[in-house]
Design a protein around this ligand. Structure first.
Ligand SMILES: NC(=O)c1ccc[n+]([C@@H]2O[C@H](COP(=O)([O-])OP(=O)(O)OC[C@H]3O[C@@H](n4cnc5c(N)ncnc54)[C@H](O)[C@@H]3O)[C@@H](O)[C@H]2O)c1
Length: 297
């Protein structure tokens, strides 16, 4: 693998996690944010997470306090933060984890295409947009992949590595190897809506909401059924609250616009109504359930 220096644009919920796992994987990482305060916030989250990790490895008897501290410091030393995009110019791989807005992402990749060295590989962490659209905007579609990490990045073991019709084999192989070096299990998939996980998960969540709308079963009973019947850690209604009703609606609406004839992407009325009422799930304290912080009440 020729990847040594990695840039991550966006150091929010997902970006800070990607920065951290890349540094843990031994890569030099540049984290780029739009504003200093967001950069500071992202780096503070990384510091907290590394300290927690060190504490856990001592508690589990895997390392002495000194060794755990040294490892955390080494990891942290591989990360630099910046608000200047030019710092990405010599990166071997740049991963985008900014706001989920296709025009903003395309504009970013257009600029990165002009700024970065010709061999730089580009990747997007988007959950809902076609990789092909961003690849085209970058001006180097053959060096473009999707690297879809899961939240929380530090804990979730999966990365979906997405190839478009134009992604070169070597670029794809390097992206997969990078994902594995970050400690993840990589699965390969084509550039289709939702890739693997969300393509199966989102229509399942939508179908659960439609059951609720029809009065087939209560939210609690739907969730209990899927937990006990399928061994899932969370039911689909609770999961929608957890992900955010606005985020779920945004994804389903995007797919509905693109694929109006596919019934599995139809938007549940209940979802639209709750979002209109500002009931967005866990983050607003009320969705299908009431929440206090991370706890359902
Ligand atoms: N949240 C999830 O569970 C999840 C899971 C998988 C993938 N994703 C995807 O990851 C991406 C980021 O999502 P998030 O939840 O981390 O969002 P977030 O809002 O927490 O973070 C986005 C960050 O990007 C920064 N930003 C915005 N525009 C920028 C720019 N032009 N240059 C530099 N920084 C910029 C913002 O300041 C913010 O800190 C989205 O594409 C989303 O679809 C999210």
């Amino acid at each position: 693998m020729t990847i040594q220096k990695v840039g991550v644009v966006g150091c929010g919920l997902m970006g800070h996690g990607i920065v951290q796992v890349a540094a843990q994987g031994g890569f030099q990482v540049v984290a780029v944010e739009a504003e200093q305060k967001f950069l500071d916030g992202g780096l503070a989250r990384i510091d907290k997470s590394l300290a927690k990790l060190a504490e856990k490895s001592v508690k589990d008897g895997k390392a002495t306090a000194e060794a755990a501290q040294a490892k955390a410091s080494e990891t942290r030393a591989r990360i630099v933060g910046s608000t200047d995009r030019k710092t990405l110019a010599d990166c071997d791989l740049v991963i985008e984890a900014i706001v989920e807005n296709l025009d903003v992402k395309k504009q970013l990749f257009k600029e990165l295409g002009a700024l970065c060295k010709p061999s730089t590989i580009f990747a997007s962490n988007t959950s809902s947009f076609p990789i092909t659209d961003m690849a085209q905007a970058s001006g180097r579609p053959e060096r473009f992949v999707g690297l879809h990490f899961f939240n929380p990045v530090q804990l979730m073991k999966l990365v979906e590595v997405v190839r478009t019709a134009k992604t070169e084999d070597d670029v794809f192989a390097q992206a997969r190897a990078f994902g594995e070096a970050c400690g993840k299990t990589a699965v390969s998939c084509k550039d289709t809506p939702g890739f693997v996980v969300n393509r199966l998960l989102v229509p399942y969540m939508a179908e659960a909401m439609k059951m609720l709308e029809r009065g087939d079963a209560s939210a609690q009973d739907i969730d209990t059924a899927m937990k006990l019947g399928c061994g899932y850690p969370m039911g689909p209604i609770e999961l929608t609250d957890y992900v955010g009703l606005d985020t779920t609606l945004f994804i389903v609406e995007g797919w509905t616009k693109r694929y109006p004839n596919d019934p599995s992407f139809a938007v549940p009325t209940l979802l639209r109504d709750l979002v209109k009422q500002g009931k967005l799930g866990r983050k607003t304290g009320q969705g299908f359930y009431k929440w206090e912080g991370d706890k359902r009440v």
